[in-house]
Design a protein around this ligand. Structure first.
Ligand SMILES: Nc1ncnc2c1ncn2[C@@H]1O[C@H](COP(=O)(O)OP(=O)(O)OP(=O)(O)O)[C@@H](O)[C@H]1O
Ligand SMILES: [Mg+2]
Length: 308
């Protein structure tokens, strides 16, 4: 069982339009609603691979209920704390010219009593899980200290944590030494405190995280591919050329793949090739959190990992 944590879920609405014009009325040609938030995306991807998943975090209102219904129907075991405020909606507006505009609501305020209930529940939820994936931002009121708190609780039970966050939450979380961290280049730069232009700078910044005790660092570099660093080896796998439709959530698909590989105890090379294949396949669909599994498998056969 994998436990996913989504601290600020969202109903993700994807709109398609010819062109997005700010300051004008925009009539979109289609709209699709999906349960979202990075941890929930990870859960949905894991379920597509048949992986048992328990999801926790905060949900509230009709939007929260809707998410619970949808992911429950996919076989995700839901263990969310109910909030007084409503779960947010997020908008991705995909234009024909390839531009994707995201409009993200802040999400409901989490009250101290709700946070306390969540932390208490988290300890119990961990017990029969082997791995925890903490993905995405925290709702207002939680503060960035929620990340080290969760990592500390999991570590006390000997559970491995994958962390995919950004900004102060990422910085605070990394200080609590998760097992694997998956920053994109921007997030790596945030932790490093400086820009990481070429491969050398990326590797140097990632290396510092290993020195701090993190077991694996996976740096996702968009259409370039993924760097995977462990104690003994540093690998890179180039992303395959595919017909890109929507790259929002590619990082989540990489995290889901890395989680499954860790659970299966796969060698690093396989773990990396799979993550690159699954995330590239993810980019070929409009729907975030959905993998064309056959394509992912074909790509996996083609992708090579090089030792750096
Ligand atoms: N255009 C692309 N072609 C092929 N693979 C891609 C493309 N874009 C992304 N990927 C794959 O997905 C991985 C994750 O993407 P990216 O680095 O953009 O993550 P991210 O910024 O965390 O995304 P998000 O937070 O929206 O999920 C990349 O490292 C790469 O392997
Ligand atoms: Mg990301």
């Amino acid at each position: 069982m994998i436990l996913t944590v989504t601290l600020n879920p969202a109903v993700d609405k994807t709109y398609r339009t010819g062109q997005l014009l700010s300051g004008h009325i925009n009539r979109v040609s289609s709209m699709m609603s999906l349960p979202g938030g990075k941890g929930i995306n990870v859960s949905r991807i894991l379920r597509q691979y048949g992986q048992p998943v328990r999801a926790t975090g905060f949900l509230g209102g009709y939007t929260g209920k809707w998410i619970e219904e949808k992911i429950g129907a996919m076989g995700v075991e839901c263990a969310f704390v109910k909030t007084q405020g409503d779960t947010r909606c997020s908008m991705n507006i995909v234009a024909d010219n390839g531009y994707v505009t995201e409009i993200l609501e802040p999400g409901p305020q989490i009250f101290p009593e709700e946070k306390a209930r969540f932390l208490e529940g988290f300890e119990a939820l961990l017990q029969d899980c082997e791995l925890v994936v903490i993905s995405g931002s925290a709702a207002p009121g939680l503060g960035s200290e929620i990340y080290p708190e969760l990592i500390g609780i999991a570590a006390a039970q000997g559970k491995r944590v994958i962390l995919d966050a950004s900004g102060e939450g990422l910085r605070a979380g990394v200080a609590a030494v998760p097992y694997l961290v998956k920053p994109n280049r921007r997030e790596l730069e945030y932790i490093a405190g400086h820009s990481c232009r070429g491969q050398d700078q990326i590797l140097e910044a990632a290396q510092r995280l290993l020195e701090a005790g993190v077991a694996y660092v996976a740096v996702s570099a968009g259409d370039k591919g993924i760097y995977l660093l462990g104690k003994q080896r540093r690998l890179f796998a180039r992303a395959p050329r595919i017909k890109v439709v929507n790259t929002v959530g590619c990082g989540d698909s990489a995290c889901a793949s890395l989680a499954m590989s860790l659970l299966r105890g796969e060698p690093m090379e396989e773990m990396l090739r799979r993550a690159v294949a699954v995330s590239a396949a993810h980019a070929t669909t409009l729907e975030s959190g959905s993998i064309p599994i056959e394509l992912a498998e074909q790509l996996y056969q083609q992708i090579q990992a090089e030792v750096l």
